[in-house]
Ligand binder design. Structure first.
Ligand code: SAM
Length: 292
């Protein structure tokens, strides 16, 4: 079974390999056959289809496994993007793999990756949270889990809840949290907007067009808190303590800074404090004077 990514809007955003697989398989299992028909017609593909959506995914697994057992090949597609990403597919994939048949990914578009690729977010990795719960209390709880996250959080949201989501982000994650709204990617009215969470709800409601269509919201990582304890320093202190038994503070601070990446000034101040000396603002005094 091939799991085939299809466009998230623009019908040309489909790989050559995806088109070849869709043309060649015995049957296409589609979330909505009318929707997928537009893609197939656009590319001149006549493969027959059957419907597999979230309401019949569990039931559909057995007949599809039987087809595979008869030697048929299947392509699984959803309405947009990559199956299994906030879309049906996972249960079917698990059932097919459990039955011992190979499952092959035919990678391509996904709104989360498209949005991240243009958000310009400064983040080491990201968290894909997809759709948050529709109920306000549960949605706020879900957002609270990301309060201290040092990674971008990518959300999907329906247009009728986008303003509520923006307001909740401001109240739970703070008004200064940077957001990117990627709307209608690859489509005619594609737009990209960056703002602070404090301004997001007002911006969205200022023009009815701004709440139309499909949205990805990229929540940028929290800015580092200058008042927060220095995690690198805290992690380096046991090593500093061990070296202070053998070395003078300045040298111990220099060695630990090299080994751990913690800041030398901060290590030196910590070393002085541990020796009970008054903090010395010079992190690089003459070691020979100390050892003399
Ligand atoms: N499987 C899809 C994927 O790989 O991205 C996601 C399907 S999910 C049911 C639909 C949601 O994806 C939309 O509500 C929206 O949040 C996001 N989405 C899909 N297409 C989009 C587009 N062209 N622009 C912005 N967001 C999009």
């Amino acid at each position: 079974m091939y799991v085939v990514a299809t466009p998230i809007g623009h019908l040309a955003d489909v790989t050559l390999r995806a088109l070849e697989v869709l043309r060649r398989v015995d049957v296409i299992a589609a979330e909505d056959t009318r929707h997928t028909r537009r893609l197939l017609d656009h590319h001149g593909i006549a493969t027959r289809m059957l419907a597999v959506h979230q309401h019949n995914e569990a039931r559909a697994a057995q007949p599809l496994v039987e087809r595979l057992a008869r030697g048929e090949s299947i392509a699984l597609v959803t309405d947009a993007g990559t199956p299994g990403i906030s879309d049906p597919g996972a249960r079917l994939v698990a059932a097919v793999r459990a039955a011992g048949y190979p499952v092959v990914a035919i990678p391509g578009p996904s709104a989360v990756i498209a949005a991240l690729s243009i958000a310009g977010v400064d983040s080491d990795g990201f968290v894909f949270a997809g759709f948050l719960p529709a109920r306000a209390a549960a949605r706020r709880d879900a957002l609270a889990e990301h309060r201290a996250a040092r990674r971008a959080v990518v959300l999907y949201e329906a247009p009728h809840r986008i303003v509520e989501l923006a307001a909740d982000i401001a109240s739970v994650l703070g008004p200064q949290r940077r957001l990117t709204f990627a709307r209608e990617l690859t489509k005619r009215f594609e737009s990209l907007h960056d703002c602070d969470a404090a301004d997001a709800a007002a911006w969205l409601t200022a023009d009815p067009d701004r709440t139309r269509g499909e949205f990805v919201v990229v929540v940028h990582p929290a800015a580092p808190d200058p008042a927060a304890p220095d995690a690198a320093l805290a992690a380096a202190l046991p090593l500093l303590d061990a070296l202070l038994d053998e070395l003078p503070p300045a040298r111990a601070a220099r060695v630990v800074a090299k080994l751990t990446g913690a800041k030398r000034d901060a290590l030196y101040a910590a070393a002085q404090a541990r020796r009970g000396a008054a903090p010395d603002s010079d992190p690089d005094p003459d070691d020979s004077a100390e050892t003399a």
